[in-house]
Design a protein around this ligand. Sequence first.
Ligand code: HEM
Length: 134
Amino acid sequence: MDYAAVKLVHQGAVTLSIGGFALRGAASLAGAGWVRGRLAKTLPHIVDTVLLGSALWLAWMLRLSPTATPWLMAKIIGLVVYVALGVLALRPGRPPAQRALYGLAALTVVGWIVSVALSKNAWGFLAPLVGQGG
Ligand code: HEM
């Protein structure tokens, strides 16, 4: 597969991951039963595996190392935080207000990762706040 195709797969997985998470989060808060179904539980793992696999493939094709590329390191850390907040948001048993807050935090973090991806700046949309813009 050429670079453009892998990048398209990566961007597609990103879209499915964010859209799927927002949908499951909203449905879970609304008490929908399908959120606990088999498909809703396995599909996200497949999407996230494709997301990470394509990410590593792109980085490998560009010969980029996270330790030498701050924006890449920022994305990896961001992905771990996004997944952790997502797990908390979807975990049953917590008060709905708390889950909604975790869900919004997860969406904010993934929005920040997209801003890091587009700007190739490790601070992403926080850059102007910390004087790291430009
Ligand atoms: C939720 C997590 C992630 C999101 C939302 C995300 C988002 C994106 C987006 C939107 C692009 C396209 C950028 C453009 O059009 O220039 C992109 C490209 C890329 N991403 Fe990710 N990504 C994520 C995780 C990762 C991770 C963990 C890595 C590294 C291991 C990674 C490595 C890359 C690379 C190398 C490119 C290609 C950059 C280029 O062609 O200039 N991504 N990502």
